[in-house]
Write a protein that binds this ligand. Structure first.
Ligand SMILES: *[C@@H]1O[C@H](CO)[C@@H](O)[C@H](O)[C@H]1NC(C)=O
Ligand SMILES: *[C@@H]1O[C@H](CO)[C@@H](O)[C@H](O)[C@H]1NC(C)=O
Ligand SMILES: *[C@@H]1O[C@H](CO)[C@@H](O)[C@H](O)[C@H]1NC(C)=O
Ligand SMILES: *[C@@H]1O[C@H](CO)[C@@H](O)[C@H](O)[C@H]1NC(C)=O
Length: 437
């Protein structure tokens, strides 16, 4: 009912719909002149009709191909390396505002970097408000910046962010706009959350979660379903591994290497404990969905000279956790405690622990929803913002165009077909959830 009333008020294009009541004050670093300068204006329809007639005839009736691909080109061309997302944020803000969405931006502490939360507003959406569907992705990219290119013979689009995750931003935005126009989505049933900092430490998503919590402990906003946009080859992510990273610090005792009995070799202890961690790897928790917990001895340092018994050694370890982070921590702790006890017996004069563990970071593995008719699924080894998305929802999906195998590389790409297939996939996924909540 509400939808019927609202849909006639929705005006797309440059005008702003009438029901947007409380638009927050917004300071832009890009004025309108610059925004127009930044906007790509390629006649993709003609280009596709000429170069990719099959693609064009398949999709042009149901999708505004020029609008979709110009948004993608614009977003890829605006550099947005992690911690320098401002320009792309401002572009997305203006884009959404011009489509009549209410956009709330929220600056990270002591920073000009900001997250975007956007929705169609009926004037009552505020504290304790609920929407069925949240579409969320990230605004930042890894370095180095690589400009946009469409190969007109293959339909392959390269550029930094071409898939991770600017393709996801574009398909999330247009899937919703199309569904609303088709009358399949009530504009008041969804919201967008686009965050900064996903490629570094998730500071954007962590901040977003803070801003959604009210002083009285209740939630400002909540949702039934959250769909995370990342490159998954247009398949639903079954889940992804967590992580456990720590620094092993070994305390030995220096001595002349001719008199090793006067010292304790930190290097020997390090090699020995790393060996224990390797030979016990079959004990690390695995899962049917995510497979084995694997680990990488990323760095090792120890000793100062060939003729000195080394007093200090360090290694940094990175576990990709397939199941039960606490159990893994417990197993690792037991191995290290046993090693400490053994070295203490061998060197009874020493009191300090020989081996110390200093946590660097840890995150639980994520198990997601993926059983939706018509969708393939995929297991992913990469990390996302999902562990930092701490507000409970009924379902979580991970879905987007492009492959992790090219993301972050110098040949990051997405194809024109993948992008539109994913857009249609997003529409199906949203409709499936609206019908099956
Ligand atoms: C922000 O800056 C102020 C003043 O420099 C400082 O006291 C505060 O700790 C900073 N907050 C964060 C979260 O960095
Ligand atoms: C929401 O709650 C916050 C914190 O309790 C308050 O500052 C704000 O005014 C409220 N906003 C609305 C729209 O009620
Ligand atoms: C597609 O283009 C038409 C014509 O310009 C416009 O009326 C419509 O709102 C556009 N649809 C979307 C989803 O952008
Ligand atoms: C280190 O991380 C593990 C895994 O999250 C956790 O169980 C443990 O309590 C942490 N140790 C310290 C000292 O914080």
């Amino acid at each position: 009912m509400l939808f019927e009333k609202l849909s006639c008020l929705l005006v797309f294009g440059s005008s702003v719909s009438a029901f947007v009541l409380n638009r927050p004050a917004y300071q832009s670093v890009l004025d309108d002149h610059q925004l127009i300068k930044h906007s790509a204006n390629t006649d993709f329809d003609t280009l596709f009709e000429t170069k990719f007639p099959e693609f064009y005839s398949k999709y042009h009736l149901n999708h505004n191909l020029s609008s979709i691909f110009n948004l993608h080109k614009t977003l890829v061309d605006i550099p947005s390396l992690s911690t320098h997302e401002q320009a792309v944020t401002h572009y997305v803000v203006r884009f959404l505002q011009k489509r009549g969405l209410t956009v709330e931006t929220s600056k990270l502490p002591n920073s000009t970097r900001e997250n975007i939360y956007a929705y169609y507003n009926d004037g009552v959406y505020g504290n304790n408000s609920h929407r069925k569907i949240l579409l969320t992705s990230h605004l930042d990219t890894v370095p180095p910046y690589l400009g946009y290119n469409l190969d007109e013979s293959t339909g392959v689009i390269t550029g930094r962010g071409a898939n991770d995750a600017k393709a996801s931003l574009v398909v999330q935005i247009y899937s919703v706009l199309e569904l609303i126009e088709e009358g399949k989505l009530d504009p008041l049933e969804f919201a967008f959350l686009f965050v900064v900092g996903e490629e570094i430490d998730g500071d954007g998503m962590k901040h977003a979660m803070e801003t959604f919590k009210l002083d009285n402990g209740e939630l400002k906003y909540s949702w039934d379903v959250a769909i995370f946009g990342e490159p998954t080859e247009n398949k639903l992510g079954k889940g992804h591994k967590g992580n456990y990273m720590f620094d092993l610090a070994i305390n030995g005792k220096p001595a002349h290497s001719g008199y090793p009995q006067l010292g304790v070799s930190a290097n020997e202890i390090l090699v020995s404990v790393l060996n224990q961690l390797m030979v016990n790897s079959h004990k690390y928790p695995s899962s049917d969905i995510l497979g084995e917990t694997t680990f990488n001895i990323g760095t090792m340092q120890g000793g100062i000279a060939l003729n000195v018994i080394p007093a200090d050694a360090h290694a940094r370890l990175f576990f990709r956790v397939a199941n039960d982070l606490n159990k893994l921590h417990w197993i690792v702790t037991e191995i290290i405690d046993n090693a400490n006890a053994n070295w203490a017996m061998r060197y009874p004069g020493f009191t300090s622990p020989f081996i110390e563990v200093h946590n660097l970071s840890s995150k639980e593995p994520q198990f997601l929803d993926y059983e939706v008719p018509g969708f393939e699924s995929i297991v992913l080894a990469f990390a996302t913002d999902i562990p930092d998305f701490t507000i409970p929802v009924k379902r979580r999906y991970l879905y987007g165009p492009g492959s992790i195998f090219s993301a972050h590389s110098d040949h990051e790409f997405v194809t024109i077909d993948e992008l539109i297939e994913c857009l249609e996939g997003y529409k199906k996924l949203v409709v499936f959830n609206l019908e099956n909540l």
